[in-house]
Design a protein around this ligand. Structure first.
Ligand code: G3I
Length: 307
């Protein structure tokens, strides 16, 4: 019997999950995590509000438990996330001076990346900087308002300096279907960065799917188009609302899309068990509330060549 992690590794990929620190004490949770996955993303504990709740005060105590678990288990780490409008403390949201915000952004990225230097394979340097809907516009965040369009590339330059060996990702959701304003806006930004030498290495597709954002029929085309710009692509927060055969089929399709694209280096699902999912009512994950593998689990495993 193979596992998701082993089967993905045989395909030259990782298979990861988001982890909530306070669940690590639950034996079934940790057993499932350790058996099936070989990469971890902290679901919440590496976010700005957790790491630097007040100006200049960094607290890595909870975050380090994720890193320690990964180290003990020989798992990779994805760093999520350095600059994001959400789970951002109000002291940052209230900064009105560009010089001050720039210095604060630099200090946060540098301190966090240096703390974990050499331990994190990929970082979500910037998360969710574009609006939903048809505008293709940048999201109205404090970074966008105070620093203007250049804030994203500034973040990537700072990140490259802080840990030159990490893979630097731009991460977003609803960027799966190719012909939408949001996907095109992100694509254009990445193309522009690559052409001007801004240090971006990767695009993360959160891949949160439901009826509003269904799995596109030719998902691999979107992934391949981005990869053709010269970046890695990763599925960073995969979950698919549904159940049974239909959910399993969609999971298989997404897995196949990644396998079809040589530059798709790995898949992370956004949680171990349905019961702790951020949208538990959608039962979007691979294990049910009792840690039994679902049809979706077997579909992913078989698509990865495992059994
Ligand atoms: O820890 C507190 C707890 O002390 C308090 O009693 C409780 C009351 O609401 O809240 C708890 O914090 C919650 C936290 O999850 C931990 O469970 C927050 O309210 C809740 O907002 C937070 O939600 C997280 C969400 O990001 C916040 O935006 C989800 O767990 C997490 O899965 C989700 O992850 C995001 C990615 O980072 C970015 N992409 C989308 C994805 C899904 O929304």
């Amino acid at each position: 019997q193979t596992t998701l992690g082993d089967a993905a590794a045989a395909q030259g990929r990782y298979f990861g999950t988001a982890v909530a620190v306070d669940r690590l004490g639950e034996p079934d949770y940790t057993a499932t995590l350790n058996r099936e996955f070989n990469s971890i993303t902290a679901e919440n504990s590496w976010k700005w509000e957790s790491l630097q709740p007040s100006p200049g005060y960094f607290d890595f105590s909870t975050a380090d438990r994720i890193a320690e678990h990964a180290r003990q288990q020989g798992m990779e780490l994805r760093g999520h996330t350095l600059v994001w409008h959400s789970q951002l403390p109000s002291w940052v949201e209230n900064i009105g001076s560009a010089d001050e915000l720039r210095a604060v952004m630099r200090n946060h990225i540098t301190t966090v990346m240096e703390h974990y230097k050499g331990q994190v394979r990929s970082w979500d340097v910037v998360n969710e900087a574009f609006e939903d809907g048809n505008s293709g516009a940048r999201r109205n965040s404090v970074f966008q308002r105070v620093l203007g369009d250049s804030w994203i590339e500034e973040a990537f330059w700072i990140a490259r300096e802080a840990d030159p060996n990490a893979t630097l990702c731009y991460n977003d959701y609803n960027t799966d279907a190719w012909n939408t304003a949001k996907t095109q806006a992100v694509y254009n930004m990445v193309a522009d960065f690559v052409s001007r030498g801004v240090p971006i290495d990767c695009v993360g597709f959160q891949a949160h799917f439901n009826s509003g954002n269904p799995v596109p029929e030719n998902y691999h085309i979107t992934l391949q188009n981005f990869a053709d710009l010269g970046v890695e692509v990763q599925l960073t927060e995969l979950d698919i609302a549904g159940s049974g055969a239909s959910q399993a089929e969609q999971y298989a399709g997404v897995t196949l899309a990644c396998l079809a694209v040589p530059q798709c280096t790995g898949i992370t699902v956004w949680g171990v068990t349905d019961k702790y999912s951020w949208r538990a009512e959608d039962t979007p994950l691979l294990f049910d509330g009792n840690y039994n593998p679902k049809q979706a689990y077997y579909a992913v495993l078989e698509t990865l060549g495992g059994s």
